[in-house]
Design a protein around this ligand. Structure first.
Ligand SMILES: NC(=O)c1ccc[n+]([C@@H]2O[C@H](COP(=O)([O-])OP(=O)(O)OC[C@H]3O[C@@H](n4cnc5c(N)ncnc54)[C@H](O)[C@@H]3O)[C@@H](O)[C@H]2O)c1
Length: 447
């Protein structure tokens, strides 16, 4: 993004090159087999390997953060590992209180107020503390800074998706991923489909040629919701942006980044890497507040002339679908469903000749499985590092948003060299210099 005013000035004003970086296309084969291995869970085996309890902390104690902490504790239980949640961090007292109460009732965990840190610089105290694992679940704009601090402090990390809202942030996560690899630290991302047995079964079948070479497809994240209210009288700009972060591109990346990154991540996973360019349309009709769009329609182009149509919409009372469809030269793969691949077809284009995907267990959930993979990797001394793939997927989504906002084709190379960073950003929150962005959608092609 694409600060609205700047975006209307010229098509590529935000793509000033300061750095160059080569695009590493990841190996589909490698990522698929790694993910498949992670899905094979052996409960109870790893407890003995842990010489002392593992200690974890949570930064961002909202809905997902508290849920992720629950999943993390459940994962330890599944593996028979002694793991303790010892610290919480947030910027709002009420969020901490609610999280403490929920964790007590859902997971039986007692956390005192003395184990909590408050404030935009609270994450630094968590990094200084005696914890092995940090769960990062604030709004996404903070992720690059928090992740870099965690890895610098030698922590293993669970990062919720997306991991950035602009090119600088996403590339920072790629760089931090490399530091983590050198330090043998694990980074697992909250793109739970990569840990979901149904998706892994589809990925395996596609890799083994069930649909031939992928020639095109469509990915969706179309559902309702999305509006925020008006800023309450007397509330600071910073507090309002945190309370209503999903309504601001500077905070969440717009919903093509915040939500649709799940489908975009599956696209990049199945296509073996990020697209080479995209052209995107979007705007809004229903939303009154904040600066996000209602809908995005994006054509992502991959090497070899393969095009994937991406649809992201948040408009109530309209057609809904969350899923991914790929057309191969021998058949189709169609996955519908929020988390579980319980509506899957892989096979001939007649839709009457499915391939046998085998059977898979629905429990533990993929939300728990991703934490099992994280904990197991730590105890095995065999780090998992999903920083690059989730950063690539987040940046692919950012590329789609930028193209819709400015009305131009945007290339991956531009994303890998652009110095564009949203404002306000985490530095502004820490220094107390946050100003509410213009409360209007960007007009493509204007200026
Ligand atoms: N994987 C999934 O399926 C899934 C589902 C929902 C949300 N998410 C992701 O989880 C993240 C959090 O979403 P949520 O729904 O829990 O939002 P939320 O608003 O409920 O929680 C965010 C929390 O972070 C706190 N916070 C904000 N800035 C902070 C900072 N700088 N330091 C410390 N605390 C800070 C807020 O006060 C709040 O309590 C988002 O990135 C979202 O995209 C993922």
């Amino acid at each position: 993004m694409v600060n609205t005013r700047r975006a209307t000035r010229g098509p590529l004003h935000f793509l000033m090159n300061t750095t160059t970086s080569s695009v590493t296309r990841r190996s589909f084969v490698k990522s698929t087999s790694t993910a498949a291995a992670l899905a094979a869970v052996s409960p109870g085996v790893f407890g003995a390997a842990s010489k002392r309890p593992l200690k974890s902390a949570l930064i961002g104690t909202g809905g997902r953060g508290t849920g992720a902490a629950n999943d993390h504790l459940q994962a330890a239980k599944e593996l028979g590992v002694d793991l303790r949640l010892v610290m919480l961090g947030d910027v709002f007292e009420d969020r901490l209180e609610r999280s403490i109460a929920t964790l007590k009732s859902n997971a039986g965990v007692e956390i005192s107020r003395g184990q909590c840190v408050l404030g935009f610089d609270g994450y630094k105290k968590v990094m200084d503390a005696d914890v092995d694992i940090v769960l990062l679940t604030t709004p996404p704009n903070f992720r690059p800074v928090h992740l870099a601090a965690a890895v610098a402090a030698g922590k293993h990390v669970f990062v919720e998706k997306p991991v950035g809202v602009d090119p600088v942030g996403c590339r920072s996560v790629m760089a931090t991923g490399k530091v983590a690899a050198e330090k043998k630290l694990s980074i697992v991302a909250g793109t739970q489909r990569r840990h979901e047995p149904g998706y892994l079964a589809v990925a395996k079948a596609v890799k083994e040629g069930a649909i031939g070479k992928i020639m095109g497809g469509t990915i969706h994240f179309c559902l309702g919701g999305g509006s925020i209210g008006k800023k309450p009288e007397g509330m600071s700009d910073a507090d309002w942006l945190i309370r209503s972060w999903g309504g601001w591109a500077e905070m969440c990346g717009d919903h093509i980044v915040e939500q649709h990154v799940h489908s975009i991540d599956v696209m990049n996973w199945f296509l073996g890497g990020p697209p080479i360019n995209c052209v995107s349309f979007g705007h809004r009709a229903r939303r009154k507040n904040g600066n996000c769009y209602d809908f995005f329609s994006t054509d992502y182009e991959f090497p070899g002339g393969v095009h994937i149509h991406s649809m992201a919409r948040q408009v109530t009372e309209t057609w809904s679908r969350i899923g991914q469809f790929f057309r191969g030269d021998k058949g189709i793969a169609d996955v519908t469903g929020l988390v579980y691949a319980d509506r899957v077809y892989v096979g001939g284009a007649d839709r009457k000749s499915p391939v046998d995907l085998g059977k898979w267990e629905r429990t533990p959930t993929s939300y728990v499985r991703e934490h099992m993979a994280l904990i197991r990797s730590i105890l095995d001394g065999n780090p998992i590092n999903e920083a690059h793939t989730i950063a690539e997927s987040s940046l692919t989504a950012v590329m789609g948003r930028i193209s819709a906002y400015n009305g131009q084709m945007v290339t991956w190379e531009e994303m890998m060299t652009s110095s564009f960073r949203c404002s306000p950003n985490p530095d502004d929150f820490e220094s107390g210099t946050v100003k509410l962005p213009a409360e209007e959608p960007t007009i493509p092609g204007k200026g």
